[in-house]
Write a protein that binds this ligand. Sequence first.
Ligand SMILES: NC(=O)c1ccc[n+]([C@@H]2O[C@H](COP(=O)([O-])OP(=O)(O)OC[C@H]3O[C@@H](n4cnc5c(N)ncnc54)[C@H](OP(=O)(O)O)[C@@H]3O)[C@@H](O)[C@H]2O)c1
Length: 260
Amino acid sequence: MNKASTYGLQSIFGLQGRTALVTGSSRGIGAAIAQGLAAAGAHVFVHGQSHKSSNRTVAAIRSDGGHADPVSAELGKPNSARRLVEQCEDQAGRLDILIINASAQINAPLARVTPEDLDVHFNVNFRSTVEMLQSCLPPMAARRWGRVVSIGSINQYAPKPVVTLYAATKAAQHNLIQSQAREYAGTGVVLNTLAPGLIDTDRNVDRKQQDPEGWKSYTERVNWMGRAGVPSEMVGAALFLASDACSFMTGETVNITGGV
Ligand SMILES: NC(=O)c1ccc[n+]([C@@H]2O[C@H](COP(=O)([O-])OP(=O)(O)OC[C@H]3O[C@@H](n4cnc5c(N)ncnc54)[C@H](OP(=O)(O)O)[C@@H]3O)[C@@H](O)[C@H]2O)c1
């Protein structure tokens, strides 16, 4: 291999022959990342709570000439995340890249948190992460190559009181990623977190529609750039973390926040 190909974009970032699962890729940040991985050559399993919700992203990938299949699971149910990973491995014969992106977020200060809110956050954000890691890491290590990217949040280290449970479960998720990064270091499997700041997605649509002026003034103050990010701005970093380029980085966090 000559120097040009060693440092060519395809050798560093190309994902031909790789299989990826992106949870919560029916829309928002996950959909953008799924499309980015597919454009780099990966076969992508697009996940949503139902096939109906995943189909739009699958269609977009296929119309660009990429390879994608829909999968669905309600991640709040015990063992559903484990079965989701196993289904991808059975269908494709391997899972090389796992993007842990779907999450629950119920805004409430601690005084108003209900037991049901606690269960939803714990199950969707934390339990499902444990199950997916238990299922995907041993086969990745046996094949000597794997990439896990957990989509965190700046709330994992700078928690706002209105998202108490969301922030705490994001912090727990990142802690788990770090412990497993250490456990699997040297096996060819790396695990990292991508932590976005405020991104304009369905997650913020109610707030935006109910109080457009408040949203405008909030976005102007929320970071140095004075605007919310958009999902496509997460793709380059996700592609880096999912590729051969990320062979010597594990247990780290990439913050994409517009400056905070
Ligand atoms: N947007 C932001 O400002 C922001 C900031 C920091 C971090 N993040 C993080 O970035 C990630 C993506 O956020 P987003 O704003 O793009 O999300 P979003 O637009 O709200 O989309 C959520 C995705 O997760 C899936 N999902 C939700 N609950 C689920 C459940 N119980 N079981 C299975 N799937 C479920 C949804 O599937 P359906 O379409 O089928 O419902 C959808 O694909 C999340 O981890 C979020 O915490 C977002």
